[in-house]
Design a protein around this ligand. Structure first.
Ligand code: ATP
Ligand SMILES: O=c1ccn([C@@H]2O[C@H](COP(=O)(O)O)[C@@H](O)[C@H]2O)c(=O)[nH]1
Length: 234
């Protein structure tokens, strides 16, 4: 295996699977099995889960809601997704800990960096909920931040597109995919696959990102094995 410690970002929207809203448990189960395969090979895994399948602060603001309040609602949505993933992983025998950036002591631990690292070293998957705990950020930024904090080797952004394209492939079918791209090119070309705060954090801390299609079973393991699928940003 190529990596010792991985930060996996899972898109909230992908958790909808075939549904229009919320959580498709078949998709969650697929993700759990994919994660277990990599975990069983001895790689330490921390996961940040998005919330776009339930609530996005920015969209709610556009319909008149106060932004900060809406963002906190979005952060709570991520915790619901984290709990779904946690129970799926534990159901197949993987020990986990859920840590939230917003305190919810009945359902998860508070985020404590050193404790998260100890969990990883003790053979547990750590799931980070509630993003950064601050409004005006995203879970992509939370993924970059947590990855840097726990000294992960790479951020793997598992999503529903199979990499970074010259334009949004869901809007422009003629867009072509990059195998590799620099942080600077992502800025210069205004590629919106991740927000720029997340990209900046990784660039400044020399942390590579790989964007790949998590919906295809086995892809996560292929990447962990060092296969070149998706798009590498470095
Ligand atoms: N240049 C590009 N290359 C690839 N994808 C792009 C590009 N520009 C925009 N996108 C879009 O980026 C999105 C990335 O998907 P993803 O679901 O991970 O978004 P997210 O906002 O991080 O997730 P969440 O649902 O958790 O909020 C896709 O919907 C894709 O269409
Ligand atoms: O650090 C953070 C992370 C997230 N939010 C809010 O949550 C939603 C869902 O997260 P996604 O990254 O879009 O999946 C997001 O739209 C924000 O409203 C936040 O405020 N701070």
């Amino acid at each position: 295996m190529k990596y010792k410690r991985i930060l996996l970002k899972l898109s909230g929207e992908s958790l909808m699977g075939e549904k229009q809203y919320g959580i498709d448990n078949n998709r969650v189960q697929q993700y759990a099995h994919d994660i277990k395969s990599v975990f069983d090979a001895g790689i330490e895994i921390a996961v940040v889960v998005g919330g776009g399948n339930i609530f996005r602060g920015l969209s709610a603001e556009k319909s008149g809601m106060e932004r900060a309040q809406a963002d906190y609602m979005g952060m709570l949505a991520t915790v619901i997704n984290c709990m779904a993933l946690q129970t799926a992983l534990e159901g197949i025998g993987v020990e986990t800990r859920l840590q939230s950036a917003i305190k919810m002591e009945q359902i998860c631990e508070p985020y404590i960096r050193r404790r998260a690292i100890t969990h990883l070293e003790s053979g547990r998957i750590v799931i980070f909920g509630a993003g950064t705990g601050n409004p005006y950020f995203t879970t992509d930024t939370a993924a970059s931040l947590r990855a840097i904090e726990i000294k992960a080797d790479v951020v793997l952004k598992g999503t529903r597109v199979d990499g970074i394209y010259t334009a949004d492939p869901e809007k422009d079918p003629s867009a072509t995919r990059y195998d590799e791209i620099s942080f600077q090119e992502v800025y210069d070309k205004g590629l919106n696959v991740m927000d720029m705060t997340a990209i900046t954090l990784c660039q400044e801390n020399k942390l590579p990102i790989i964007v790949f299609d998590m919906n295809k079973p086995g892809n996560f393991e292929r990447i962990a094995n060092g296969e070149t699928i998706g798009t590498l940003v470095k």
